[in-house]
Write a protein that binds this ligand. Structure first.
Ligand SMILES: Cc1cc2nc3c(=O)[nH]c(=O)nc-3n(C[C@H](O)[C@H](O)[C@H](O)COP(=O)(O)OP(=O)(O)OC[C@H]3O[C@@H](n4cnc5c(N)ncnc54)[C@H](O)[C@@H]3O)c2cc1C
Ligand code: FES
Ligand code: FES
Length: 499
């Protein structure tokens, strides 16, 4: 049971740090730089884009025998989320004998740094990669670097430095965390709720201010549900990749924050015969792995979602609840027929994602209700799913539009068509007029002119910051044409149905 209030406890290089009297919205980066004088981690953008602040956040693995690390943008993570975890910063890499980590050594010898502002974040991203992939490919390295902007060195020497460092071998590359293990066990957060004498759940705060504002971090769904009934205006915190921006850029100071990060039930993916149930706190990195084989296009959209530190914390539920017009997961989920499991108190209901939104950034959630899980259907024989995100840059950029299409071929004709977009409407949505146009036709029978007419009849022409309407409409049409042109041949499709 977590008894301590207003103290955030985390492990830093073999010692327990007790952060007392901090605000519930203090960021990890501000705490590191201002209270611990660990100024190696830099603040470039304070919005998760540049990667100068990347640190590694560790948690005991399931067996309690080691620490699993994820890269994280310290600028948008709130300090109380560290309670019960460990942290590695650029300062953690220096060895007891004063020698450098192989990544630092290789950055020097390969001339991977000039002004050096981006370097700590880059070194931490690469060290994180090398904890799990001791001999990475160039592709894995560039993917790991996709959330780190370097303006003066250029990436070639940095990639070379990673390849050089990887020759040191797993033992040399491993973070020095032997002393952290027992300390992590000591500060491990409770796994069960606390009850008062009346047998009611009492949610213990991690931080409570003198004004009574709180940051709570429950362990169970029941606690989350109970707390939200008592505090329906509380802000749910999942991966913090939206909330962190609101705190830094709009100076948001939610009175009550409910972190879902420690709710084990919400961090699980359950695989049933026909669907996956993806808990609200499952990271996009995990979702990418779940869908990689069944829906490679969805996995590719997720691989281009933000950057590794963003994906290691951000969630599908956060993307859905946030409801941005250019949210990337929603077109894919809608085309795949995903449904939401919503909970308020002990009552749950299921709802198709395409019925969730009621307006721009508005949805059907009632006071005290939250998304518990997302149910994602598995592929059925003969079903085809295609998706593609169009943006100015390939990595770490916002969609001009993302289009997702699912269908089956029956006797060579399109059936069970679901087509969804982001970027064309005030919230991601399906395109029923285009679906009707496709339904019952052979893929080769759908013309560009008919699609153009259906697009003009479906959407209000609107130029945006990311793209003009003319461009978006053209891309919206061409993606469908491309998906249809690449449709499996009739014989391939029938083989799949028989399989
Ligand atoms: C650098 C950067 C790059 C990004 N790139 C992309 C991108 O490529 N594509 C894209 O679509 N988005 C992108 N985003 C936006 C953001 O990462 C996503 O919207 C993300 O999925 C939000 O999830 P989260 O878990 O971090 O949400 P949080 O920030 O924790 O929460 C977001 C909102 O959802 C609510 N919420 C969270 N969980 C629940 C729940 N279970 N039930 C009800 N409400 C809930 C919160 O209260 C809050 O209002 C980017 C953001 C950043 C900072
Ligand atoms: S300071 Fe730019 S990502 Fe954190
Ligand atoms: S070394 Fe200057 S920004 Fe990368």
């Amino acid at each position: 049971m977590t008894q301590v209030t207003n103290t955030v406890r985390f492990v830093l290089d073999g010692r327990i740090v007790e952060a007392q009297g901090e605000r519930r919205t203090t960021t990890v980066l501000d705490y590191l730089r201002e209270q611990l004088q660990r100024t190696g981690s830099k603040e470039g953008c304070a919005e998760g884009d540049c990667g100068a602040c990347v640190v590694l956040v560790g948690e005991l693995n399931a067996a309690g025998t080691g620490v699993d690390y994820v890269p994280s943008n310290a600028c948008i993570q709130l300090l109380p989320t560290l309670d019960g975890k460990s942290l590695k910063t650029i300062e953690s890499l220096k060895r007891a004998d004063g020698s450098l980590h192989p990544v630092q050594d290789a950055m020097l010898s390969c001339h991977g740094s000039q002004c050096g502002f981006c370097t700590p974040g880059i070194v931490m991203s690469l060290t994180g990669l090398l904890q799990t992939v001791a001999a990475p490919t160039r592709e894995q390295i560039t993917n790991a670097l996709s959330g780190n902007l370097c303006r003066c060195t250029g990436y070639k020497p940095i990639v070379e430095a990673t390849l050089t460092a990887s020759q040191a071998g797993a033992a040399q590359l491993k973070l020095d965390d032997g002393a952290d293990l027992t300390l992590l066990q000591q500060i491990r957060r409770a796994r069960t709720p606390s009850y008062n004498l009346e047998g009611e759940i009492v949610v213990q705060p991690v931080v409570r201010t003198r004004k009574g504002n709180e940051f709570v971090s429950p362990a169970t769904v029941a606690e989350v549900a109970q707390y939200l009934l008592q505090h329906p205006q509380a802000t749910l915190l999942a991966g913090s990749t939206e909330i962190g921006l609101q705190v830094n850029k709009q100076f948001a100071r939610p009175e009550h924050i409910v972190s879902l990060g420690n709710v084990t039930e919400l961090r699980q993916v359950q695989s049933a015969a026909t669907s996956w149930r993806i808990g609200a706190q499952v990271s996009l990195t995990q979702v990418e792995q779940v869908v990689a084989q069944a829906y490679p296009d969805f996995a590719e959209v997720l691989r281009r979602f933000g950057s590794p530190p963003i994906r290691s914390t951000a969630t599908l539920a956060g993307n859905i609840a946030n409801g941005s017009p250019i949210g990337d997961s929603m077109p894919c989920l809608m085309a795949l027929g995903a449904t939401l499991l919503l909970r308020r108190g002990e009552t749950t209901r299921t709802l198709a994602l395409d019925s969730f939104y009621t307006g721009q950034k508005k949805n059907v959630l009632q006071a005290g209700e939250f998304i518990e899980a997302i149910d994602l259907p598995k592929p059925t024989p003969g079903s085809v799913f295609r998706a593609h995100k169009v943006s100015k840059r390939f990595d770490q950029d916002i969609s001009a539009t993302c289009c997702a299409l699912s269908y089956t071929l029956r006797g060579g004709q399109l059936a069970q068509v679901k087509l969804a977009y982001n970027g064309l409407t005030p919230w991601p949505s399906r395109a029923p007029k285009l679906e009707s146009l496709l339904q019952g036709r052979a893929p080769g029978e759908v013309s560009a002119q008919a699609l153009d007419a259906a697009i003009a009849a479906s959407f209000t022409a609107r130029d945006g910051l990311r793209a003009t309407w003319a461009y978006r409409a053209l891309v919206a049409r061409n993606l469908v044409l491309q998906f249809l042109e690449e449709a499996p041949s009739r014989s391939d499709a029938s083989k799949e149905v028989l399989a």
